[in-house]
Design a binder for this molecule. Structure first.
Ligand code: PMV
Length: 321
């Protein structure tokens, strides 16, 4: 029986998307820029066991009640293949799932990569982007390496690497402040914000300026400018969340302590910045010479569950035979 395995890494947005232009096709209302990290990964194995009666997804060794967000991606890939046998999808994450660490992005990207190979189809780049996006709006970014831009140019969707990891080898220090699953999913949270936050319109309309500024900062390897725009963009997104009804606040006490400590280091002249997604975890971006100093400051903060040091990583790929 054929078994295909792929891995993909999570990616953390520096310029974020929050809100969809099409809920059913899961299309973001704005572009985004992220970094793919190396130390965290999702691994997915796909097979078609002859005795299997229905499509089955086993995540971290636990059978799931349904295929969840993988279902639309699977339907789309199946539309390109005559194969109709039930499939077994076995995924594992080497980091906490659904805790604001982009496990749905890396999980979906590894699944799409493995399933395409198992179905013996060769989706084109844009079809891979669509297949992953159906599972998670940020998942196309995990198909690519290093700094990645998910772009909407004149209504057309595209996704590409803008700098490879070795071209600007920054570090991402992930500070875990909780291991619990988040209370509001990104998908639900975005809809609540789109419908109720009075800041939502401005967030969407002014977003392009942040993208442009970040693109030029990345092109010129200007960490200060990138940090300023990324941190502001992150805080704007969390403001949109907080001004939603009901208000969405993913931060916990430790998240606030970590942010305070980073701000102190910034005031002391350290060229570092942070970003936070739909969860309480804080990701700190810096050059490698500051990793030790930043990690030892973080270790002193009570409430931190663990710290994961990452470099920049490669896009989704097949592994093994
Ligand atoms: O990929 P989704 O649809 O679960 O949403 C991700 C949302 C954020 O992580 C908050 C922002 C982003 O651009 O990754």
């Amino acid at each position: 029986m054929k078994k295909i395995t792929a891995i993909a890494h999570p990616n953390f947005a520096l310029i974020k998307y929050w809100g969809k232009s099409n809920f059913y096709e899961n299309i973001p209302a704005m572009g985004s820029i992220s970094v793919v990290v190396d130390a965290m990964k999702s691994e997915t194995t796909v097979s078609f066991p002859p005795e299997l009666k229905k499509d089955t997804w086993v995540l971290n060794k636990v059978e799931q009640p349904s295929l969840g967000h993988l279902e639309p991606s699977l339907q789309y890939l199946r539309s390109m293949s005559p194969m109709r046998q039930s499939c077994l999808i076995e995924s594992t994450n080497n980091f906490p799932t659904a805790a604001g660490l982009a496990s749905s992005a890396s999980g979906t990207a590894s699944f799409v990569k493995a399933m395409s190979q198992c179905l013996e189809i060769q989706p084109k780049r844009k079809q891979m982007i669509k297949a992953t996006m159906l599972g998670s709006g940020s998942a196309p970014r995990s198909l690519f390496s290093g700094f990645v831009h998910l772009d909407f140019f004149e209504g057309a969707l595209d996704c590409m690497t803008i700098l490879n990891p070795e071209e600007w080898p920054l570090k991402v220090i992930v500070c875990l402040t909780s291991l619990e699953r988040k209370s509001v999913s990104s998908r639900d949270g975005m809809e609540i914000s789109r419908k109720t936050s009075s800041f939502y319109k401005d967030w969407v309309n002014n977003h392009y300026q942040d993208i442009e500024l970040a693109l030029s900062a990345i092109a010129s390897r200007n960490l200060k400018t990138l940090g300023t725009v990324a941190q502001e963009n992150c805080l704007k997104m969390h403001e949109v969340m907080k001004t939603s009804q009901p208000s969405i606040d993913y931060w916990n006490m430790t998240t606030h302590s970590v942010v305070k400590s980073i701000e102190t280091m910034q005031d002391d002249g350290l060229d570092i910045f942070y970003t936070i997604d739909a969860g309480p975890q804080v990701k700190i971006i810096c050059k490698s010479d500051l990793t030790e100093e930043v990690c030892s400051a973080m270790k002193k903060i009570s409430g931190i569950k663990s710290i994961i040091e990452c470099g920049l990583g490669q896009g989704a790929r097949l592994i093994g035979g």
